[in-house]
Design a protein around this ligand. Structure first.
Ligand SMILES: [Cu+2]
Length: 438
């Protein structure tokens, strides 16, 4: 019921709770053993069955991972591996992946929230009805510092599969069509923070792509309806209720571990288009690779991208395996230092866990925000922090409930396998320069 919900504007007491959380340290929740899909024992992820997520998709790709749950970030996925058809062993992608902050500054300057660190986002895990996890399994999570301490066990972690449309299509000679319908493993939770409910969704595709998104739904805060000119939008009758505009700046922390090694390399690519030189038919485009050897606060740009490269693993073509960061739509918020950049690569430090208001004790004078952790260290074990912003100017449709608005990004395999991992057997010979038979 709405009346039982706490508004963040009334939630000062929750800060006290989060201090208690700090003292206790992040604790993993335990869920009861849940039936898992069968797997070859040798390939199972290195965690007990209750914390294992393993799914072989109908297209032949298996994703495996371990999960744990903490009071701040909520769901943490660890030891994530990808095994497409034709690979004899799981390929490690991520050592650890989680939300690292949801920063919500209101446009009138009156409120600014760090939901993950200051409002124990993870503790707000809610029960999912079976219909919210169609075809899947809802795991029980023991929630640290649960909102209702009498009931810390929450049926709140859904794992299921979903079709994603065409994985590929190719017209061959005659009437033959090669086509496949792609499948995803979905892992998600819903966490309540004030009047908002955030869906944290991880989508593992059979082609090796991982999509991570946060969806915001629930209700607009009823205490923020008097925004002045340029700071809000009228959403009730006439011009009486001006919902205050605000940003949702979401940070993810990805600790890659390609091929099981933390010693990944970072590369930045930039392409520059030039008009046709004399005698040339068209414009040209030159792509430059820049190794990122030291910590970086990166800004997205047209024709710029980054990848994380394995230092030990190669695919069967002899190319170094890598994962590319694929940006999602973002609206960068310039109000704080840590929101001013789209991606950060920092050297791993076990006490640097949250992008802002980092509550862990890193020693005297250690900064609390990710931007300040970029201070020239050589990257030996890089951690990627991705910042995706959404400026929410409310609209009439936001009542009621508020439709889910999504923000996020992807990581896509680049040379992890020598060919399309879903290649049909008839096309397995088509790798590289075509054999013209001459
Ligand atoms: Cu919003």
């Amino acid at each position: 019921m709405r009346v039982t919900r706490m508004s963040r504007t009334h939630k000062g007491a929750a800060v006290g709770l989060s201090l208690a959380a700090l003292a206790a340290g992040a604790t993993a929740g335990a869920g009861p053993a849940v039936a898992q899909p069968k797997a070859a024992p040798a390939a199972a992820a290195d965690c007990s069955a209750a914390y294992r997520i393993e799914q072989k998709l109908s297209t032949g790709t298996t994703w495996r991972m371990c999960w744990r749950y903490e009071a701040k970030s909520g769901l943490v996925l660890e030891k994530v591996t990808y095994q497409p058809p034709g690979e004899t062993k799981p390929i490690r992608v991520l050592t650890s992946a989680k939300l690292a902050q949801i920063h919500v500054p209101y446009d009138d300057g009156k409120n600014e929230y760090n939901d993950i660190t200051d409002y124990n986002f993870g503790s707000g895990l809610v029960n999912l009805a079976p219909a919210e996890c169609p075809g899947g399994t809802i795991k029980t999570v023991k929630v640290p510092q649960a909102m209702d301490p009498q009931h810390p066990d929450v049926k709140g972690l859904c794992t299921t599969t979903r079709s994603r449309g065409h994985a590929y299509r190719m017209q061959a000679e005659g009437t033959k069509v090669y086509q496949a319908q792609g499948k995803d493993l979905l892992v998600y939770t819903v966490n309540q923070v004030g009047w908002y409910e955030y869906m944290t969704e991880w989508r593992f595709s059979d082609d090796g792509t991982v999509n991570m998104n946060v969806g915001a739904t629930g209700s607009l805060s009823p205490f923020d309806y008097d925004a002045g000119d340029g700071r809000g939008w009228p959403i009730g009758k006439g011009a009486t209720s001006y919902a205050t505009s605000h940003s949702h700046n979401v940070f993810w922390r990805l600790d890659f571990g390609l091929d099981g090694s933390s010693a990944n390399k970072i590369e930045q690519y930039d392409s520059v288009v030039s008009p046709p030189a004399s005698g040339q038919q068209g414009p040209t485009n030159k792509t430059t690779r820049t190794p990122v050897t030291k910590e970086l606060a990166g800004d997205a740009k047209n024709m710029r991208w980054w990848r994380v490269v394995s230092s030990i693993g190669k695919n069967k073509d002899g190319h170094a395996r890598s994962y590319e960061l694929v940006p999602g739509a973002t609206t960068k918020y310039s109000g704080r230092g840590f929101t001013r950049h789209d991606v950060y690569f920092t050297e791993y430090n076990k006490c640097e866990m949250y992008a802002s208001n980092n509550p862990l004790s890193c020693g005297t004078g250690h900064p609390k925000t990710v931007d300040k952790w970029v201070n020239g260290q050589t990257l030996k074990h890089p951690v990627a922090w991705v910042n995706v912003g959404f400026h929410h100017i409310a609209r009439d449709e936001d009542q009621q409930p508020m439709p889910v608005h999504w923000q996020g990004f992807s990581i896509a395999p680049r040379d992890v396998t020598a060919m399309n991992p879903l290649t049909p057997s008839a096309l397995k010979g088509e790798n590289g320069r075509p054999d013209t038979g001459s």
